[in-house]
Design a protein around this ligand. Structure first.
Ligand SMILES: [Zn+2]
Ligand SMILES: [Zn+2]
Length: 249
């Protein structure tokens, strides 16, 4: 916990800090009780895209989607299941102006990244290389103005701090507005993201290993599209890391 100024202490006294999710008094951005209810993504999951499998079902190294080889990124991983308190955390973070939640969310994502750098418990034939740069999935400038912040950029900052990799918040651009992905079905999501992203300066990407950070991965269509433009600009590897992952779609 960083040292607080007298003004912050006074404000704490006036408005005692609360958990960003359940609103009970808590010095931390999320209380221990809520945090303990995050359901971590655990084995078995798809080696490529990190999608959790039903532990009762027959396991295979890759999910159906990855067997079709549709994704352009090299690997993706997520920290928690997008359900219950995990989903409430994302909603509070994104829609209820609780940017302080980026700290505990990003710290958990960094733990996942470190695990994968070490080979993901023997799951990966090739572990992730250390990224040269972290790039958050961008919002359209209009959405960012309305929200006041890009949630992916806040997560990227925390991850970058924790693993010691520089963050370039403007490496990727959203070059045209998209409909909110959450309002669309699976097929429309893939259409909606087509041509929506660009790379600000392709020179800065060529030959580099990029870790793309976002809050939630659902179908993977957004991350796939971002990976496509990064690869086109010459990125050597593109890895994706999200806080949450939807289980069924
Ligand atoms: Zn709470
Ligand atoms: Zn997969």
């Amino acid at each position: 916990m960083s040292r607080k100024s007298w003004l912050e202490k006074f404000l704490d006294w006036l408005y005692p800090p609360r958990c960003g999710v359940c609103h009970r008094f808590s010095d931390d951005p999320i209380c221990q009780d809520c945090k303990s209810k995050w359901v971590l993504v655990s084995r078995p999951y798809c080696l490529w895209c990190g999608k959790p499998f039903d532990p009762q079902a027959k396991t295979s190294p890759l999910c159906g989607m990855c067997l079709q080889r549709r994704y352009r990124f090299d690997y993706a991983r997520s920290a928690v299941i997008y359900d219950g308190v995990g989903r409430e955390t994302v909603h509070a973070f994104k829609f209820n102006r609780k940017p302080r939640l980026a700290q505990p969310m990003g710290e958990l994502m960094a733990e996942v990244a470190v695990r994968v750098f070490e080979g993901d418990g023997g799951l990966l034939p090739l572990p992730w290389h250390r990224p040269d740069v972290i790039a958050p999935v961008p919002l359209h400038p209009k959405t960012q103005r309305q929200r006041g912040y890009n949630q992916a950029a806040l997560l990227a900052e925390v991850v970058g701090q924790a693993i010691g990799v520089p963050v370039e918040p403007n490496l990727l651009l959203q070059i045209r507005p998209m409909k909110p992905q959450a309002t669309l079905g699976e097929k429309e999501r893939w259409e909606n993201v087509k041509g929506a992203f660009g790379v600000a300066n392709p020179e800065s990407v060529r030959g580099r290993i990029v870790l793309v950070v976002d809050d939630v991965m659902t179908t993977g269509s957004t991350l796939n599209e971002v990976a496509k433009v990064l690869k086109k600009a010459g990125a050597r590897f593109v890895y994706c890391l999200t806080f949450a992952r939807t289980v069924s779609m």
